[in-house]
Design a protein around this ligand. Structure first.
Ligand code: NAD
Length: 448
């Protein structure tokens, strides 16, 4: 199944018209690239990969990426530049970044990928190495802001205790070096030391898995259900009883089942646990996507709005996860994926309730990761930025336009961009990835 593609927004339509393109080039208006998104059978990258660096990962990296077309430094177009910076232990050695990237950075294909691999600063063995490795963040995020035409830059920190077979990093690299990460930009992902087993088929990593998606009737949740089903999972689509028809439509579309469930109901966790154990012997994946906004400035906020948002967005995911784990309704080796928001990172006017709830979700991910690790369960969050949905269509025009354009990719994302990131976390091969928050925001200036 090809990933969904929404209609371009009005500004993008204007730019792709003859007169629009002319005016834009004369006036120097920002020109959002039509982002390359995943389609089954298409190559993951828009060109060959150039690998560089002198660290402990570079040789295993060449083996791991041996099924990607390899580039030479003198090539004129690159689909990706991947640099192993784990050998950098002193600030002066950061010059290696300049030496590798500067001559080739102009030659990126559109929608190319830059990935820097480093050593997790907290796990380095000296102050100098910690400083040098931490510096990689500023480099990568700045590169993300400079490269154009839909290209993205990310930093992956790898535990020094990880085996150099690199298998624990493979799912992260395959995600970042593909069209699935089209709207993920300027992110830092920390990968732990566990080894992973590659799925039999990277296009169906969730074969045989059972997933629950809350808020699946529409918007981002409906697309998450589609993408998890595309990857092979049986998806239980949950939403409030009033969502009835839309929920059945999603469930039918993805060949899954629907479950009427208000996540804030007193017995929601018990009902879900019983459903999963009786019908499926437990679930492998739960995605807490159900979320609401009830915007008012704090001065105008009432208690009802405050409590409703905290209840749906924060209390429910925590209570449900804890209960499912306690009852074994989320199996050992399971995956919890929460949906936060860049409003939970940067704050947002009129959203004290929402920002509180979404920052709390990040706290949940950090606090629960070590606890759930005892059962080999991972917990991670996506933090979407401006995504084209019914929620964002309701934002006043000027704010909406600012939200779209104030990012490195100069456009809003699509629901599929969030869904692909959820699917990456949900993969069995992502077992070394936990406690992470990945923004799906096109490197939005908000919260940067
Ligand atoms: P949406 O309003 O289109 O869909 C939300 C779904 O959640 C609806 O189907 C709704 O019925 C369901 N829901 C609400 N309360 C529920 C409850 N108590 N129990 C069960 N289901 C419930 O929203 P969306 O834009 O698709 O957002 C999905 C998630 O992404 C939310 O958590 C939202 O906060 C987050 N998010 C969205 C954006 C964006 O740009 N759209 C940005 C950042 C974060």
């Amino acid at each position: 199944m090809a990933a969904s593609k929404g209609a371009p927004d009005l500004y993008s339509q204007f730019l792709s018209s003859g007169p629009g393109a002319f005016i834009a080039s004369k006036a120097g208006l920002p020109r959002p690239e039509n982002l390359r998104r995943y389609k089954a059978g298409e190559p993951p990258l828009a060109g060959p990969v150039l690998i560089g660096g002198k660290g402990r990962l570079v040789e295993p990296l060449r083996v791991l990426l041996s099924d990607y077309p390899a580039a030479q430094a003198h090539d004129t177009t690159f689909g990706a530049l991947v640099f192993d910076a784990t050998g950098i232990t002193q600030v002066t050695e950061l010059e290696q970044l300049f030496e590798f990237f500067q001559p080739v950075i102009r030659n990126l294909a559109s929608c190319a990928r830059v990935v820097v691999l480093g050593t997790t600063p907290e796990e380095t063995s000296s102050v100098d190495e910690h400083v040098a490795q931490r510096a990689l963040e500023g480099f990568t995020r700045s590169v993300g802001k400079e490269i154009k035409r839909g290209s993205t830059a990310q930093l992956v920190y790898v535990s020094p205790k990880a085996s150099t077979g690199l298998s624990g990093v493979e799912s992260t690299l395959r995600f970042l070096l593909s069209a699935k990460s089209a709207f993920v930009d300027g992110q830092v992902i920390v990968v732990g030391d566990e080894d992973s087993v590659a799925p039999a088929n990277w296009d169906k990593p969730l074969d045989g898995k059972v997933a629950v998606v809350t808020g699946a009737a529409r918007g981002i949740g409906a697309t998450i259900a589609e993408v998890l089903a595309r990857d092979g999972a049986h998806v239980i689509c949950a939403d409030i009883p009033a969502a009835g028809e839309a929920l059945s439509a999603t469930a039918n579309k993805v060949g899954g089942t629907s479950l009427a469930l208000d996540v804030t109901a007193d017995d929601a966790a018990e009902v879900l646990a019983a459903h999963l154990l009786e019908r499926h012997g437990g679930a492998d994946i739960i995605v807490h996507n159900a979320g609401i906004t009830r915007d008012k400035t704090l001065a105008n906020m009432d208690e009802g709005r405050w409590n409703m948002v905290i209840g749906v967005n924060l209390l429910a995911p925590q209570k449900i996860t804890e209960h499912l784990v306690a009852k074994g309704a989320l199996k050992e080796g399971g995956r919890v994926v929460d949906v936060s928001s860049i409003a939970g990172i940067a704050g947002n006017r009129g959203q004290t309730n929402y920002g509180t709830s979404k920052a709390g979700v990040i706290g949940l991910v950090h606090a629960e990761a070590p606890v759930l690790a005892q059962k080999n369960i991972t917990i991670n969050a996506v933090a979407p930025g401006f995504i084209e949905t019914a929620m964002t269509a309701a934002i006043p025009f000027a704010t909406r336009e600012a939200g779209r354009r104030m990012s490195s990719l100069l456009q809003g994302g699509e629901t599929v961009d969030v869904a692909e990131t959820v699917a990456y976390f949900a993969s069995p091969a992502s077992n070394a990835v936990t406690g992470q928050v990945v923004r799906v925001c096109g490197q939005s200036l908000l919260g940067a």
